[in-house]
Design a protein around this ligand. Structure first.
Ligand SMILES: [Zn+2]
Length: 203
């Protein structure tokens, strides 16, 4: 992974101007994936001195269209709420479908509809069960001059990949889990297979 540098920072008023954010692009990532960092200054007068960081992998169906097959859209909304309050960054990583891409994710959904779980489906498609790379997140943070963070996650793999790549994770802040009747099986499988720390609470 090459070192990155900040290319451009632009103000983007999110949620019809209620959340003022800065979108940051980078030079030096030869994957061409156009990852972005979204920065909020933090509106709370009790905001912690160490920034809160969320690594969020792109999920078009969940983030944009509110799909009930996963909880990505709700996780992203929660991250925006918290980072707007406490100050910090969402690193929005363009690795759709746990890194397999949108079309392959739809193929996997079709197999899941026949009764296979998310990991079995990817295996049948000869795709990795998790092709995501979080080390790019560490390079983005270094380019931003941020090496000490509080990490918003239930995924121990994200923290270890950041730590291996030179980021000091001083606190793990757990995320809520948003269970519905469509995504319960997916979330339970993820918890069982990947050791995610998840407390299931039905809405
Ligand atoms: Zn999703």
């Amino acid at each position: 992974m090459n070192a990155l540098t900040v290319k451009r920072r632009v103000v983007v008023p999110m949620r019809a101007g209620e959340v003022m954010a800065e979108f940051v692009s980078f030079d030096g990532d030869d994957s061409g994936k156009e990852h972005i960092a979204i920065y909020c200054d933090g509106v709370s007068d009790k905001k912690p001195s160490i920034p809160l960081v969320r690594l969020h992998s792109e999920c078009l169906t969940g983030d944009v269209f509110g799909s009930g097959r996963c909880d990505c859209g709700e996780q992203l909304d929660e991250a925006i709420d918290l980072i707007n309050q406490e100050g910090g960054y969402i690193l929005y990583l363009r690795q759709e479908g746990r890194g397999i891409g949108l079309y392959a994710k739809l193929d996997a959904y079709a197999l899941q509809d026949q009764g296979y779980d998310t990991y079995q489906a990817n295996e049948m498609l000869h795709l990795p069960d998790d092709g995501r790379d979080f080390s790019v997140g560490a390079e983005m943070l270094k380019a931003l001059g941020v090496t000490d963070i509080r990490l918003l996650t239930n995924n121990p793999d994200k923290a270890s990949q950041l730590i291996e790549n030179g980021i000091n994770v001083s606190e793990l802040v757990p995320t809520s889990v948003h269970v519905n009747k469509h995504n319960r099986q997916y979330l339970e499988t993820k918890a069982k297979r990947k050791h995610h720390t998840i407390n299931f609470m039905d809405k």
